[in-house]
Ligand binder design. Structure first.
Ligand SMILES: [Zn+2]
Length: 243
């Protein structure tokens, strides 16, 4: 009997270890493609989504040109839960334009160097519920902002249509001189009492998958680079970056 219990405990421990490895330690198959994507523009183009691209009936259109390598609820280190998606352009900081994925009211807090947030009064997937869309890393590694002049620090509740130029993709981490890899971080943030919650905590965000009609949940899609599963359309956005 004791041996049976010990065996059961050992098996349970092994299963927990395997689960922990798969969920939190094993690198995603997407990361393994990073060097290949960088080296071969044709491979990159095959996986890159385009600004204004809308998968099927998705309410959100894609906000930039790039490959999605970081998904929602992906662990970048043990115990970490990524609260948004990371889109890599493979260009240089300050080059790739970023646009609003959905209309709403844009704010930029007085101390926000690289971030804008857009309030959506009525969630297209859950009408009547207010949500927020968050765009960040829109500055260079030293904190020189790439956000459009239309949205200076302190901007509050300025209405923007889908496809409005917001700024350029950058690599500012929040810590000058310590850049993150060049990418756009985008998340769908929960509302509480009329305000947005802290999007660093995944519990304060929504799975963005149904908003884009893409497989953006890492637990459901641990390895594949998300692409439109079926038909897609292109919104007729003005891609001249507003300059
Ligand atoms: Zn991110």
């Amino acid at each position: 009997m004791l041996i049976a219990i010990i065996a059961l405990v050992v098996v349970a421990a092994i299963l927990v270890a395997i689960y922990g490895y798969v969920q939190y330690v094993r690198p995603s198959g997407r990361w393994a493609r990073f060097a290949e994507l960088r080296a071969d523009p044709e491979v990159f183009a095959r996986y890159a989504l385009l600004p204004g691209q809308r998968c099927g009936e998705a309410p959100f259109a894609f906000p930039t040109r790039g490959v999605i390598l970081g998904l929602w609820d992906q662990a970048y280190r043990f115990g970490h839960h990524h609260a948004g998606i990371d889109i890599f352009s493979g260009t240089e900081p300050g080059v790739t334009p970023v646009y609003a994925a959905y209309p709403g009211y844009l704010s930029r807090l007085p101390d926000w160097i690289a971030t804008v947030i857009i309030r959506i009064p009525s969630d297209p997937l859950n009408p009547g519920r207010q949500i927020w869309t968050y765009y960040t890393h829109l500055a260079n590694q030293d904190g020189e902002s790439f956000i459009s002049e239309e949205f200076p620090q302190g901007t509050s509740e300025k209405f923007v249509e889908a496809g409005t130029f917001l700024g350029y993709m950058g690599d500012f981490s929040g810590d000058p001189g310590n850049p993150t890899g060049l990418h756009l971080h985008f998340s769908v943030v929960k509302n509480e009492g009329g305000d947005f919650l802290n999007e660093l905590d995944i519990r304060n965000t929504y799975d963005p998958s149904p908003y884009f009609n893409l497989a953006l949940n890492h637990r459901k899609n641990p390895d594949e680079i998300p692409l439109c599963a079926g038909e897609f359309t292109m919104d007729p956005w003005d891609l001249t970056d507003g300059q």
